[in-house]
Ligand binder design. Structure first.
Ligand code: V47
Ligand code: SF4
Length: 358
């Protein structure tokens, strides 16, 4: 079995590491992980720090599931529940005409009544208002529910959504792939097999997707590495993933809050190990809304090459779970400052990472 130095040397040479080696490397000094992850990041994307001009549309926080880590879901009769009509979402999006948005990220609760046809209609109508913005929509869990409700196969359902204008799929709903732990923290939600199958099918149809992990709750390092291994295998088979996004469990206002949160040092280890292990993913995203701006800045020295987008106070998932940014909004000047601080160059991108020059 190799030791930390030998594994680090293999990583520096650009070699792939095994899950067993990842477990050993996880304990390396933080400076070494930062160096190795930065080498890998530079080999993938040079000095670029990617961002986009985006907003989130969150149709509802009513949900048929009840994940234990969720701070966002509300029962339908709660005064804090929302369930927007398509007209209301059109009004929200209309306010952004002429503002240069390149992406609408649409994700919400799994509403018991909204079916595939509600969402294809929503996509068509939002796309008509902002034809230049790509629609990146629905976690695999939402997709499985709406497609099954329509009595279609995943392939048929995804084809309908693609025809309506869905161009990419975000990475949410992956949580933790370990079946036993998943059953404990989100018992009734779509399974690991469903998540992987939905993304595989999307890739076969030419729809790019992202991937996530929810970490920092009750999972072990072995379970994190096993999650990364399953993603690396799927990426080897399809090549359809754009970015991997480690999502830190935020503990406020949910039924696992007694767990608290992991340290920022552990966040940096998670990012660096993701960058090192997922050698076939082009991008690692430090989602600044979830980390807060300062931690996202630090992430740029631990392998992240993307911080997501300008957001403009359009998402509630993380403010409701205790993240620092209660009204998340990032300006281009702030992004440029963050990039410069890490010796990087801020690069505006579209949803599939083409550089946008204005
Ligand atoms: O799947 C829910 C997570 C995800 C909590 O693909 C929580 O570009 C932490 O996937 N603490 C949705 N996380 C968000 C998501 C996402 C976000 C930004 C960009 C992209 C992308 C994807 O949020 C859920 C779940 O894993 N989540 N509650 C919580 N308390
Ligand atoms: Fe529903 Fe998503 Fe919250 Fe789970 S995380 S309860 S699927 S809104």
């Amino acid at each position: 079995m190799k030791n930390i130095e030998q594994i680090a040397e293999a990583v520096s040479r650009g070699q792939r590491i095994t899950p067993e080696e990842a477990l050993i490397l996880w304990d390396a000094p933080l400076w070494l992980l930062g160096r190795l992850a930065t080498e890998r990041k530079r080999a993938k994307s040079g000095d670029a720090l990617y961002y986009n001009r985006n907003i989130h549309v969150e149709p509802t926080n009513i949900c048929v599931f009840n994940c234990r880590f969720c701070s966002y879901r509300r029962p339908a009769d709660s005064p804090e529940a929302w369930d927007y009509t398509i007209e209301q979402m059109e009004d929200t999006v209309r306010a952004y005409v002429g503002k240069g948005l390149t992406e609408l990220h649409i994700v919400g609760g799994v509403h018991p009544k909204h079916d595939l046809w509600f969402y294809t209609e929503l996509i068509r109508r939002l796309k008509a208002i902002l034809p230049d913005a790509a629609i990146k929509a629905f976690t695999a869990v939402e997709l499985a529910y709406m497609i099954e409700k329509a009595g279609l196969s995943y392939r048929e359902g995804l084809e309908e959504l693609k025809r309506a204008g869905m161009e990419a799929i975000p990475g949410g709903g992956a949580e933790i792939f370990d079946e036993k732990l998943r059953a404990e923290i989100c018992p009734d939600k779509g399974s690991t097999a469903v998540w992987l199958e939905m993304h595989r099918t999307a890739h076969e149809l030419g729809i790019p997707t992202n991937a996530t992990i929810l970490y920092g709750h009750r999972e072990s390092r072995e379970q994190r590495i096993d999650h990364l291994r399953r993603l690396r295998e799927l990426q080897d088979a399809t090549g359809g993933f754009n970015a991997f996004i480690p999502l830190k469990y935020r503990s406020r206002n949910n039924s696992m809050q007694e767990l608290g949160e992991v340290s920022v040092v552990e966040d940096m280890r998670m990012l660096a190990m993701s960058r090192i292990f997922l050698d076939n993913f082009d991008h690692i995203k430090a989602y600044w809304v979830m980390y807060g701006k300062s931690v996202a800045e630090m992430a740029l020295s631990f392998g992240a090459d993307d911080i997501d987008g300008t957001i403009d106070d359009s998402t509630k998932i993380y403010s409701m779970s205790g993240a620092e940014e209660q009204h998340p909004r990032l300006t281009i000047a702030e992004i440029e400052r963050m990039a410069a601080g890490a010796g990087l160059r801020a690069v505006e991108r579209d949803t599939v990472y083409n550089e946008i020059k204005r």
